[in-house]
Design a protein around this ligand. Structure first.
Ligand code: GTP
Length: 363
């Protein structure tokens, strides 16, 4: 560690990136979720760039699962104009334990905590302003969603103070959900039990509330998506490509598709719906890709149709195959005219023969 002469920052950010990302398997068997390519760059690059553009350059990454991958890619963070510190949990400590585990690395009195898989458009400075103006000990970003039943609901009173934490309920009293971004006074982090797994949502926040502590909500309706499932990952990636989701890491024109350098797209192939084609990938003639996420080095042969699906690194999709709402793992080969639909997941390296899986009988 080097010492610096500069004053301690007012605000530091902590990004929690230590989860196993089970819902995105098999892609997360080889890469941690925040490092999966999203609109052409690791997802985490979008988040780090947003934090940097809000004027916060001192960022701690709370790692655990595949911790080394982050350091190998980002190093000290200078390429992105930030200073990165890594704090690793030998055994995953959960979201609350992950926050507690970085306590010794914190020098700022105010700590912005992010789940490392949230794609958002919220003005981060406004969340900090709410925290300062309300005098709260913790402020939570709450976002209004159409259907809150799948999320943790967080009602607030007329002053914006949090009144309850309701885990996934069928009859939510509010459409405000926990958006996975928090502002903590550093002292509160010291109160989280150390050395064991703790959930910030299920344990830390309910306990603070039961003690009558001041938790404030910052409510808005900005773009927000938790990228934890294949459906959300595909949607979020497409929204980035089309400019529906903002990201300072994506310069230039937004359109129906994004093709990375070194990729080859044959004449007559159709790329729509926010499709991304990774570096060195090859798309054959008359292939039709709608909302597809094609990782680097993958091959899509002539006439294949890929809709709302993720095709892993170096995977191959055979001629005339139909791939819809599916995840194909790294290096897998899907034979010609196979049909994979509705949540299918092909494990890495698996080889499906020509016509090997079909939903129709017209072979
Ligand atoms: P699933 O297994 O699919 O639920 O994904 P996940 O492991 O990422 O869990 P979840 O989506 O609930 O995690 C929210 C955020 O917290 C993600 O950015 C995770 O990387 C992070 N996270 C989850 N558990 C831990 C942990 O034990 N330690 C650290 N440091 N981060 C965690």
């Amino acid at each position: 560690m080097t010492t610096t002469e500069t004053a301690a920052p007012d605000v530091q950010a902590l990004i929690l990136v230590g989860g196993k990302g089970t819902r995105l398997r098999p892609l997360t068997l080889s890469a941690p979720k925040p490092m999966l390519p999203t609109a052409g760059v690791p997802f985490l690059t979008h988040l780090i760039s947003r934090i940097r553009d809000a004027g916060i350059t001192d960022i701690v990454l709370g790692t655990s699962f595949k911790a080394e991958v982050f350091n190998e890619h980002y190093g000290d963070g200078s390429d992105l104009g930030v200073t990165l510190t890594y704090v690793t949990e030998e055994e995953a400590l959960g979201t609350g334990g992950g926050i507690r585990n970085v306590y010794d690395s914190l020098v700022a009195d105010t700590v912005l905590v992010f789940n490392g898989d949230v794609l958002g458009g919220t003005d981060i400075r406004e969340v900090l302003d709410t925290h300062r103006d309300s005098g709260a000990e913790v402020t939570l970003h709450l976002v209004r969603v159409g259907d809150p039943r799948a999320f943790g609901c967080v009602p607030t009173d007329d002053d914006g103070r949090v009144t309850a934490f309701l885990e996934k309920t069928q009859d939510p009293p509010t459409n405000q959900i926990n958006a996975g971004t928090y502002v903590f006074n550093r002292d509160v982090i010291a109160e989280i039990p150390a050395g064991r797994a703790v959930s910030v949502e299920r344990e830390v926040f309910p306990k603070l509330l039961a003690e009558g502590r001041h938790l404030q909500g910052h409510v808005d309706s900005a773009y927000w998506r938790d990228m934890g499932t294949p459906e959300d990952f595909v949607r979020g990636s497409a929204d980035l490509v089309r400019g529906i989701a903002p990201s300072p890491a994506l310069a230039g024109a937004k359109g129906e598709s994004l093709v990375k350098a070194g990729a080859h797209v044959a004449a007559g192939a159709v790329l729509i719906g926010g499709t991304v084609v990774g570096a060195d990938a090859m798309i054959g003639p008359t292939a039709r890709l709608d909302g597809a996420v094609i990782f680097d080095g993958a091959i899509v042969e002539a006439g294949a149709v890929i809709e709302r699906s993720i095709i892993g690194f170096g995977a191959r999709i055979g001629r005339g195959a139909l791939i819809r709402d599916t995840v194909v793992g790294d290096g897998a080969h899907v034979g010609a005219r196979c049909e994979l639909l509705r949540g299918a997941r092909v494990w890495p390296g698996v080889q499906l023969p020509e016509n090997g899986i079909r939903f129709s009988t017209d072979v």
